[in-house]
Design a binder for this molecule. Sequence first.
Ligand SMILES: [Zn+2]
Ligand SMILES: [Zn+2]
Length: 155
Amino acid sequence: MERFNERGMLIIPNPVHETAATEKILVVGRLFCPNGHSLISNRAVFNGYPGIMVRVRTGQKEGLVALSPIYGSKTRIAMDIDLVKGEIVDLYCPHCDVLLPVHSPCSCGADLIAFFPTRDVDFTDCVAICNRVDCINSRILINDEVISLSMLDAF
Ligand SMILES: [Zn+2]
Ligand SMILES: [Zn+2]
């Protein structure tokens, strides 16, 4: 059986070569809202791995969106909401409806939103995903260091 490490992350051979740059990819197996609710859900599965489920609101629209847990993959499934490319959305926990916190500004002008791999709300140890639809930025930070795809072989 595949085993996630203590941060709930798993390195697997790249099954899709969607990210091309590396033979290995990082899968996020655990993420929590600031109130400790799990954001990983079996309602949407990507390459066999449960997705990251968030509630998205923008203007008058609201719906659930599942993001791929595979780092570097832009695959997502939107339920009850049409996402418009370039739009900035707010992300909420689907369980307690808390607004997920901003980690830092994204280079595109939107915000990188923090997701926590443990129930400790630790901004130096988190997954950050831009809240602009189709922005390519997402980051995995461990001890405040950005883990890039090219570093995965040494992970
Ligand atoms: Zn919550
Ligand atoms: Zn961005």
